[in-house]
Ligand binder design. Structure first.
Ligand code: SAH
Length: 242
């Protein structure tokens, strides 16, 4: 049995209905993640209430940047460097109409994602093994998504090059950053505009039921990305556009 008091209050703060079916899916996801964490590194956070706040509620804070009704309408979304499935899986559980691609460079994590999304019966979920800077050069992925999300993968200037090529013109990147990311975001200005992004909008708040500061960096895509991006050979990380 789980004590869901914190989770339920947090969901309500976000304007999300904590219905039984969704809570059950979160419980099953938690169980599977913790069991798999014994044999591979998925998360450093394992206590149930910590997972509720730092993984589930934090992931769902996307609603602070993108209105729920747009997520409910079923956008196409890609989660770059999703790891154990954050923020993508909680978003898919609460917004079942999303067509979501969970992508990660580590094959064993992608195997976990395929298994757990299958067990939870989540439809319209693609689990893809690859590196963002390679995948976005292929036609099936380039400029195909309404929304790209990413949490805890790399600094903003590098992330812009990894993520913006996936986004359709008129779509957006939402990067989950810490509250103290002002400098990092300012540094990314050149990369963002070079890749076709507009001026970033920063939405700052505290994650519900915690004192954790969070900034969501929202970058609308205004122009198509020049074919020369993203660069190969690890350049987006080693030599970001700054
Ligand atoms: N987003 C998750 C995991 C963060 S850890 C969370 O917030 O909990 C960073 C993840 O990004 C790792 O799983 C790593 O394999 C993946 N990653 C790092 N560089 C990547 C790249 N270039 N392309 C795809 N995935 C990448």
């Amino acid at each position: 049995m789980y004590n869901d008091e914190i989770l339920i209050q947090g969901l309500e703060e976000l304007g999300l209905a904590p219905d039984e079916e969704k809570l059950t899916l979160l419980h099953r996801y938690y169980e599977r993640m913790i069991a798999t964490n014994e044999v591979m590194n998925l998360t450093a956070i394992t206590e149930y209430e910590d997972v509720c706040v730092k993984h589930f509620l934090d992931s769902l804070c996307l609603v602070k940047a993108i209105p729920s009704d747009r997520l409910e309408a079923g956008m196409t979304i890609i989660d770059i460097g999703t790891g154990a499935g954050f923020p993508g899986i909680p978003l898919k559980i609460f917004f079942p109409n999303l067509k979501i691609t969970l992508m990660d460079a580590l094959a064993k994590r992608v195997r976990f994602l395929t298994e757990v999304t299958g067990e939870l019966g989540l439809a319209n979920v693609g689990c893809v093994h690859g590196r963002a800077e390679e995948l976005s050069r292929t036609d099936g992925y380039r400029e195909k998504y309404d929304l790209c999300v990413s949490r805890a993968v790399t600094r903003m200037a590098s992330l812009a090059e990894l993520c913006i090529p996936f986004v359709k013109k008129g779509g957006a990147l939402v990067a989950y950053k810490s509250a103290e990311s002002g400098e990092e975001i300012a540094e990314a200005g050149k990369a963002i505009s070079t890749l076709g992004g507009g001026a970033p909008e920063i939405v700052s708040f505290r994650v519900p039921q915690s004192d954790l500061g969070r900034s969501l960096v929202v970058v609308r895509k205004e122009k198509l990305t020049d074919r020369k991006y993203p660069r190969g050979g690890g350049k987006p990380m080693k030599a970001p556009i700054i």
